[in-house]
Design a protein around this ligand. Sequence first.
Ligand SMILES: NC(=O)c1ccc[n+]([C@@H]2O[C@H](COP(=O)([O-])OP(=O)(O)OC[C@H]3O[C@@H](n4cnc5c(N)ncnc54)[C@H](OP(=O)(O)O)[C@@H]3O)[C@@H](O)[C@H]2O)c1
Length: 252
Amino acid sequence: MNSRVDIPVVLITGALTGIARATALAFARKGAKVVASGRHEGAGSALATELRTAGAEAEFVRADVRLEEDVRALVDATVKRFGRLDVAVNAAGTEGKPGPATEQTAESYAATFDTNVLGTILSMKHELRVMQAQGSGSIINISSTFGHEGGAGASIYAASKHAVEGLTKSVALEFGASGIRVNAVAPGPIQTPMLDRFTGSEDVKAYLATLNAQKRIGQPDEIARAVLYLASDDASFVTGHILNVDGGKSAS
Ligand SMILES: NC(=O)c1ccc[n+]([C@@H]2O[C@H](COP(=O)([O-])OP(=O)(O)OC[C@H]3O[C@@H](n4cnc5c(N)ncnc54)[C@H](OP(=O)(O)O)[C@@H]3O)[C@@H](O)[C@H]2O)c1
């Protein structure tokens, strides 16, 4: 987080479940001011209560990252409530429709790219608007090891995460001199609702665990801690970086 800011203001998209939820709770336990965003009001206000119990000033703001008006309003609501934006974690994502390339359609492409790629572009656009005026900020996009590897049965998802990594590096180059760092975390398989949907069975999940050096599925908290590092001043000279947090999967 930025050394000039005592209590950072953190915005997290897709925060109601999985990795982003764990990240919101981790920032809350550090005493950050947290805006958690997602598409469901009931779960959102329950999470805001949980974040306050964990020690944070926290709000839920409903937003679908595919819609620019939602994203604009989310960023504006963050600044209205907390006065600034120091850290943005763009985690909203979808696995799309797993299956071979021959089964993909224009619709499955759009459903995946609209959230994973357009959502990341729109989120960064509006986060940068605030961070540029401040002269500081840290953006962390959530990619995947499939963002720089092939993913058999997940070609559209892998392509969308390759785009997230290209965006991350490009925007880091564009805004580094403005005091803004832009990085991505690339998780390996992590125990979340998405992994359950993607694998569809414990057998497939167990097979995925064999593909990394530690021979296990990671936990959302292990990604959250990497995000906290990239958001912190400990990473003050780190930008345009894709941080694999994958139990060694990428080492092979
Ligand atoms: N779990 C893994 O193994 C793994 C590995 C590599 C990368 N990742 C990445 O990690 C990120 C978090 O995923 P996760 O594993 O924690 O799965 P998850 O629990 O399914 O989280 C994804 C979240 O994004 C939200 N979301 C989807 N579309 C949205 C939209 N258009 N606008 C706003 N929110 C939207 C979902 O909420 P709704 O209920 O509204 O759909 C959900 O809360 C994703 O970017 C994913 O690609 C996960």
